[in-house]
Design a protein around this ligand. Structure first.
Ligand SMILES: NC(=O)c1ccc[n+]([C@@H]2O[C@H](COP(=O)([O-])OP(=O)(O)OC[C@H]3O[C@@H](n4cnc5c(N)ncnc54)[C@H](O)[C@@H]3O)[C@@H](O)[C@H]2O)c1
Ligand SMILES: [Zn+2]
Length: 357
């Protein structure tokens, strides 16, 4: 992959691109001890790569947890706290999260709450982690199957985006990460849209440029609005409906990916956007066609709508009893805190299930 290396020194440092692990490894010398968190897949595929590139990490203790969204819960946090206690981890030690969004979300949460705050470093190993989850300091776990119900904003010390890790990622996970790439294109980056539009994710050759642009989009937004008081909310486009669908699938024990749920959420929320902001019907067709080209639709029927709406009411974007959405004003421009009536939300789900209302 051709992804030129850059290293930004800021409150949070970001090393991005080919060789970033090698070139930023000296930053790990700041910590007296490093403990590595992995799931069974990153243990198998990514830990050997990490050891090869940074041999000094070979003797570090490793905490191994089970992979998957169904394990991103407080029981897993408790297990990590137990392990940190058993290993006599201290506040001045560093937890190195090596994995996808589940590992960086739950590892960040466990570290930030252990002894009132142990530092952590994110090394994302999925496309989704590289362009989104590892960046921006949102940490947490699901609770009673509600997405990210417990957690806190706390930054990692740094993020290393080393594309070498993607070599072992399967197609389902590439697809999942691609949904967040589409999100940046739709909410803020028409240039990125131009690079991906009309393509199936498997046809993309220049992932280096795509990852650089998408991760930079996220970094720019979180630097500007870390606490999510304004523009950062735009990143939630597709996520109000999407998170409700993810919660629904957690309950029904149907495996899905975060990206598939968000892709469905983006179809519904693009439809709501077009209704509210009356944007050109051709743009809605362009957006939906692109998502459909990359993601199969879930099959649903009318009977599931009430539960999905109920799950939406656990959304963190609620104000009082009202659901607030981040929507598209047009392709490439988003806005936030838009109140949407329950009827319109239901109709957007019908549009998704039936292709019409
Ligand atoms: N904190 C945030 O701002 C933020 C943003 C977006 C998403 N998220 C969260 O991120 C999670 C989704 O992240 P994800 O899609 O990375 O999920 P994930 O961490 O579950 O990873 C997906 C799968 O890929 C495996 N895997 C990881 N790296 C691999 C590699 N290099 N080779 C082979 N297999 C590998 C994992 O073991 C897992 O089975 C969700 O929980 C979502 O809520 C958080
Ligand atoms: Zn997301």
């Amino acid at each position: 992959m051709n992804l030129p290396f850059t290293l930004d020194a800021d409150t949070v440092w970001y090393a991005i691109g080919d060789g970033s692990l090698d070139k930023s490894a000296h930053k790990l010398d700041d910590y007296p001890r490093i403990i590595i968190l992995v799931d069974e897949n990153t243990h198998h595929h990514c830990l050997p790569v990490l050891h090869k590139l940074v041999p000094g990490l070979e003797n570090c203790d490793v905490i191994l947890v089970s992979s998957g969204e169904k394990n991103k819960n407080i029981a897993q946090s408790s297990y990590i706290w137990n392990e940190l206690t058993r290993l006599k981890a201290g506040r001045d030690h560093l937890l190195l999260n090596l994995g996808g969004g589940v590992i960086t979300d739950s590892g960040g949460f466990a570290a930030a709450t252990f002894k009132r705050g142990m530092r952590f470093l994110n090394i994302p190993t999925t496309l989704l982690g590289m362009v989104d989850a590892a960046i921006g300091g949102k940490t947490g776990v699901d609770f009673h199957d509600f997405k990210n119900q417990v957690g806190l904003f706390v930054d990692p010390v740094g993020v290393i985006i080393e594309p070498l890790f993607l070599k072992t990622l399967d197609q389902l996970q590439w697809q999942s990460g691609f949904s967040e790439v589409l999100k940046y294109a739709l909410i803020m980056d028409k240039d990125l849209w131009g690079k991906v539009q009309g393509k199936h994710f498997s046809e993309i050759e220049d992932w280096g440029t795509i990852i650089t642009k998408a991760s930079r989009d996220k970094i720019d937004i979180v630097r500007f609005d870390a606490a999510e008081r304004g523009v950062r909310k735009n990143l939630n486009f597709g996520h109000t409906v999407g998170h409700a669908l993810e919660s629904y699938f957690l309950r029904t024990h149907n495996e899905t990916t975060h990206g598939m749920a968000i892709a469905a959420g983006m179809i519904c929320e693009a439809w709501i956007s077009a209704k509210i902001f009356e944007f050109d019907a051709a743009h809605l067709v362009e957006i939906v066609t692109m998502i459909d080209k990359n993601f199969e639709r879930f099959t649903f029927d009318e009977s599931k709508i009430p539960l999905i709406i109920e799950l939406m009411h656990q959304d963190k974007k609620m104000r009082g009893n009202k659901l607030l959405f981040s929507l598209l004003r047009r392709l490439g421009k988003a806005t936030h805190d838009v109140e949407v009536s329950p009827h319109l939300i239901e109709d957007s789900l019908r549009y998704y299930f039936k292709g019409e209302v």
